[in-house]
Each structure stands twice: as structure tokens, then as C-alpha cells.
Design a protein around this ligand. Structure first.
Ligand SMILES: NC(=O)C1=CN([C@@H]2O[C@H](COP(=O)(O)OP(=O)(O)OC[C@H]3O[C@@H](n4cnc5c(N)ncnc54)[C@H](OP(=O)(O)O)[C@@H]3O)[C@@H](O)[C@H]2O)C=CC1
Ligand SMILES: O=C(O)C1=N[C@H](C(=O)O)C[C@H](O)C1
Length: 267
């Protein structure tokens, strides 16, 4: 059967890379053409499927890029991202960029690459998270001028292995909420010592690292007399992996440009 998508996964031996491979292997529209890892990875040469805890894919984890692919999904590390972007531009391959913790320079690189290839770039590929982002924008817009004031704080919980803080998703929640607030917004990361009273136009971020939590975000809207808390929590990583696959399919008929999961999901 002629499969419609030839997929390459970058960061293929990682926690997310493994789940993308597992879900892609079950998808009759996808042929997995490469499982890419860094040249010093101890996993090179290991079957990518067996490494992911599924049946053998007859495809080795490799540092080589495929001759051709119709999409690359990247769940790697910031240090690996520049090379991935360059390879996608060079081979004119659509890219789903899911790695978080990118520098401003790397984000500019993505913007530049999007002049040549279509890219979906989002800190969370989860449909539930993206929908929650919209909900929190609506709450902010409705309550921002409530008598007594509205205090917004973002709590995120992730597994102890996570390398960046706060999460890319928490930062995106903050950006989107700030768009709906009036005036300049201060983004404040944690509090300690003689902080003084909370100011009106600040968003507080708090990063919790515990056990194997695959990702949880709570947005607290505090008022005088009542409070709303919006919580979205993953119980495993498949919400992100399946979202990335949806994005890879969506990209197939898109022209060059930088897209978000809002575009993919029509939110
Ligand atoms: N947008 C979204 O929906 C989501 C985004 N993420 C983000 O995805 C990223 C990956 O997360 P996770 O899978 O948990 O992390 P892992 O550390 O488990 O996986 C990263 C993988 O990339 C590999 N790697 C390191 N350097 C390179 C390189 N130069 N080229 C290719 N591969 C390389 C690592 O190898 P080694 O272990 O040998 O260093 C590892 O196998 C993070 O930034 C995370 O925040 C995570 C979940 C959802
Ligand atoms: O590292 C993770 O695990 C996750 N990272 C993403 C982020 O930083 O927002 C998305 C998700 O929350 C899981």
C-alpha cells in the first residue's frame, strides 16, 4: 500500500519520540522513514520500535537524515534544534517543532525557515491544552476589570527529568492571557523574601517538578471573595504525540509559513 506520509522523527529515542513512533506505527497512512538521534547517542543501531517498547520496525535509530521525508516531527532538545531546522530547509521538508526552551535566536531561525517551508510550532500539541488556552483568554477578557481586581497565577507540574522551566506551555498561557489584559504586564517567576504586595498587572509563574508527571497546568484567577482554577492534566504522553501526528498530516498541503496548533485545530 502506498502510504501518504513518509515520517522522520527527530529525538526518536526520547520519551516523546518513542510515543510518536508507537502511534505512527499503528497509523496506516504513515510510513516511518527515519528515527533520528544524535551522533553520540548510545542507542544508535538499536531498532527504533524495540527501543520504544513496540514490535521491531526494522528501522535503526540513526544519526543520518533520510534522503526524503514528507514531514519531520521534532521532540528533541534546544541544542539539537538548529541542525533540524537547517536540514528541513535544505530538503524542503515540512516540520512539526515541538521542542520547548528555545532561545529568541532559535525562534527567529524558525520564523526565517518558515519563509521556505511550512512549520507548526507549539509548546503543546495537546488538543485539550490548546482549547484550555482559549478558555483562559475568555475568562481574562470577561473578568479583567472586576471590582477589587483579578490576580492571575500559572502553576505547572512536570516530571523530575524536565530540563526547562517554566514549561513552554506555561509561558504560552501567559502570553495569550497578557494579550487580553489592559496595559503592560509583568511576568514574575516565583516569589521569595520581602516581595511587597502583589501588583495589579502581573502574571506569576510557578514550576513544580515531581516524579513522572507528564504535564499539568493550573491557571488561577483570584478575586476578592471568589476564585476560578482551570486545570488541564495529561495522564500520559499520547495527547502530545497524537497531536503532533495530526499536525504532520495537516501540514501536507500547506504552503510555507509558521503555524500554531490553533491553526491545526481550527481554534
Ligand atoms: N510540544 C509538546 O506538545 C511537547 C513538547 N515536549 C518537549 O519536547 C522535548 C523533548 O521532551 P522529552 O521527549 O521528554 O525529552 P527526552 O530527553 O526524553 O528526549 C529528547 C531526545 O532527544 C535526543 N537528542 C539530544 N540531542 C540530540 C541531537 N543533537 N539530535 C537528535 N536527538 C537528540 C536525546 O538523546 P539523549 O537522551 O541521548 O540526550 C533524547 O533521546 C522537550 O523540549 C519537551 O519540553 C514534550 C512533550 C510535549
Ligand atoms: O517536557 C515535557 O514533558 C513537556 N513539555 C512541554 C512544555 O514545556 O510545555 C509540554 C508538556 O507540558 C510536556
Amino acid at each position: 500500500m502506498n502510504k501518504s506520509i513518509q515520517l522522520a522523527v527527530h529525538g526518536a529515542a526520547g520519551r516523546m519520540g518513542q510515543r510518536v513512533l508507537a502511534l505512527a506505527a499503528e497509523d496506516s497512512a504513515i510510513e516511518i522513514v527515519a528515527a533520528i538521534e544524535h551522533a553520540a547517542s548510545p542507542k544508535l543501531g538499536v531498532d527504533a520500535g524495540l527501543n520504544a517498547g513496540i514490535s521491531a520496525l526494522d528501522l535503526e535509530l540513526s544519526a543520518d537524515w533520510p534522503a526524503a521525508a514528507s514531514c519531520v516531527i521534532d521532540f528533541s532538545l534546544p541544542v539539537a534544534v538548529d541542525d533540524c531546522i537547517a536540514k528541513c530547509v535544505e530538503t524542503k521538508t515540512p516540520l512539526v517543532m515541538a521542542t520547548t526552551g528555545l532561545t529568541e535566536i532559535q525562534k527567529a531561525l524558525l520564523h526565517d525557515a518558515a519563509k521556505t517551508i511550512p512549520i507548526v510550532f507549539a509548546p503543546s500539541m495537546s488538543m485539550a491544552v490548546n482549547l484550555t488556552m482559549k478558555v483562559t483568554q475568555q475568562i481574562t477578557e470577561t473578568l479583567k476589570n472586576v471590582p477589587g481586581g483579578l490576580d492571575i497565577e500559572i502553576l505547572e507540574r512536570h516530571h523530575r527529568f524536565k530540563a526547562d522551566a517554566p514549561s513552554g506551555t506555561a509561558l504560552r498561557f501567559g502570553e495569550l492571557i497578557a494579550e487580553k489584559m489592559d496595559g503592560d504586564v509583568t511576568h514574575l517567576h516565583g516569589r521569595e523574601g520581602e516581595t511587597g504586595q502583589r501588583t495589579r498587572n502581573e502574571i506569576g509563574y510557578h514550576a513544580i517538578r515531581v516524579g513522572d508527571n507528564p504535564g499539568e497546568h493550573t491557571i488561577v484567577f483570584g478575586m476578592l471573595g471568589e476564585r476560578i482554577e482551570v486545570n488541564v492534566a495529561a495522564s500520559n504522553r499520547d495527547c502530545y504525540a497524537s497531536g503532533a501526528i495530526v499536525a504532520a498530516k495537516w501540514l501536507q498541503d500547506k504552503s510555507a509559513g509558521l503555524y500554531s496548533m490553533f491553526d491545526v485545530l481550527g481554534l
